[in-house]
Design a protein around this ligand. Structure first.
Ligand code: TRP
Length: 341
C-alpha cells in the first residue's frame, strides 16, 4: 500500500501562495528542489486552503496561486518529473482533514506554538487557524511521504502529523500511514537583506524597497536594489564573518551561489574591481542574467493560461491517483460506506 515507486523516498513540500518568492528563497531552496528532482518522488503542493486561514482578497489569492505555480515551473520544477499541483484541486485533502479531526485531541492543537502566537494577536480566532496543522497532516499522510522539508517554524506541525499518524495506526491498522520525518533542508545559500545584511532576506519584507530581489523584478529594479545595497566604509572585497563586513560578504555569497564558483575564483573575479560600486553592479548583473530566462518563461506561462491550467490539471490528476485510494481506505476503515459499495 505504500507509495514508493522504485523504492525512492517520497517527499512532500507545501508552499503557501502568499508573499513574493525572492532571491533568498530561490538560491536557498527552490534551486535545490530543481536539482534534486530525480533523486526522490516529489510532490510540490501549492497550499491555497492553508492560505484561507487568514483573511485573503479572493482575486488576489487566485492570482497568487496561479502565479506561484508559474514561478515554480519557470524556475525549473518540471511537471514531467515532479507532481506540482494546487491543494484545493485534490478534494481528498479537505476530506482527510475531517477524518483526522475526528481522532485528534483538541489539546494537541491548542498547544501548537504558531497557533498560540497568531491567536494571541487576534480578537476573534477562526477555527481554520486552529485546525491548520490537521489539514497539513492530511497533506503529508495521504501520500505516504517519508520526508517533509520545512523551516524551523513548521517542525512542530510535522511532529504533530507524526503523532496523528501513530494514533491513527494504533486505532485502525498498524503501518497504515508512513510516519513522516521533518527535514530541515541544507540551505544552498543564506542570503541576507540588501538593505540590512544582518537579517535574512525575508518574504514579509519583500515589499520594502531595496530589501529583497523578487524573482520577477525587472532588470533595472534589480540593479537599483544592488546599487543601494548596504556595505561598509572600508574597501576590502573579502569573504568574512566580521559583522562589519556583512554587506560585502552577502554580495560575494550571492555571486558565488549564482555562478557556482569557488571562493578563490569569486575573489579573483573581483581582483580588478574599482571599489564597492563596481562590485555591486557586477553582482547585480550576474543576478539579472540568472533571472532573465526564469522571468521570460514565467511570462510565457502567464500569457498562456490554457497551458498553465493543463499542466496543473495533470499535476492534480497524478496527485489524485495516489491520494484518492488512500482516502478511500481511510473511509472504509472508519466505517463509512463508499459509494457503489
Ligand atoms: N504550513 C506550511 C508553511 O506555512 C505549508 C504547508 C502546508 C506544508 N501543508 C504542508 C508544508 C505540508 C509541508 C508539508 O510553510
Amino acid at each position: 500500500m505504500e507509495n514508493t515507486s522504485n523504492n525512492k523516498r517520497v517527499v512532500f513540500s507545501g508552499i503557501q501562495p502568499t508573499g513574493n518568492i525572492h532571491l533568498g528563497n530561490y538560491l536557498g531552496a527552490v534551486r535545490q528542489w530543481v536539482a534534486r528532482q530525480d533523486e526522490k518522488v516529489n510532490y510540490f503542493c501549492i497550499v491555497d486552503l492553508h492560505s484561507l486561514t487568514v483573511p485573503q482578497d479572493p482575486a488576489e489569492l487566485r492570482f497568487q496561486t496561479r502565479s506561484l505555480a508559474a514561478i515554480l515551473m519557470a524556475a525549473g520544477l518540471d511537471p514531467a518529473r515532479s507532481t506540482i499541483f494546487i491543494q484545493s484541486h485534490v478534494t481528498a485533502h479537505a476530506e482527510a482533514c475531517w477524518l483526522l479531526n475526528c481522532i485528534t485531541p483538541l489539546g494537541w492543537l491548542q498547544r501548537m506554538t504558531q497557533f498560540k502566537d497568531k491567536a494571541a494577536k487576534q480578537e476573534s480566532v477562526l477555527t481554520g487557524l486552529l485546525d491548520y496543522p490537521v489539514l497539513m497532516a492530511g497533506d503529508i499522510l495521504l501520500y505516504d511521504a517519508h520526508e517533509v522539508p520545512v523551516g524551523e517554524d513548521q517542525k512542530q506541525h510535522v511532529e504533530l502529523a507524526r503523532d496523528i499518524a501513530q494514533r491513527y495506526n494504533s486505532l485502525y491498522e498498524e503501518e497504515f500511514f508512513v510516519v513522516p520525518e521533518p527535514v530541515i533542508p541544507e540551505a544552498g545559500a543564506r542570503v541576507m537583506g540588501l538593505d540590512d545584511p544582518h537579517v535574512k532576506m525575508s518574504k514579509s519584507l519583500a515589499h520594502v524597497r531595496g530589501h529583497a530581489v523578487r524573482l520577477l523584478d525587472e532588470p533595472d529594479e534589480i540593479m537599483r536594489s544592488f546599487r543601494r545595497a548596504v556595505t561598509d566604509s572600508g574597501r576590502e572585497i573579502v569573504f568574512s564573518d566580521d559583522p562589519e563586513k556583512a554587506g560585502v560578504n552577502n554580495l560575494l555569497t550571492i555571486y558565488k551561489a549564482v555562478t557556482g564558483k569557488s571562493e578563490a575564483d569569486v575573489l579573483a573575479d573581483f581582483a580588478d574591481a574599482r571599489g564597492y560600486g563596481d562590485l555591486k553592479v557586477r553582482v547585480g548583473e550576474a543576478v539579472v542574467a540568472m533571472l532573465a530566462p526564469i522571468r521570460e518563461r514565467y511570462n510565457e506561462l502567464m500569457a498562456d493560461p490554457a497551458e498553465l491550467d493543463r499542466l496543473l490539471a495533470k499535476g492534480a490528476e497524478q496527485a489524485r491517483a495516489v491520494a484518492t485510494p488512500k482516502l478511500d481506505a481511510m473511509k472504509e476503515m472508519m466505517g463509512l460506506v463508499l459509494p457503489g459499495g
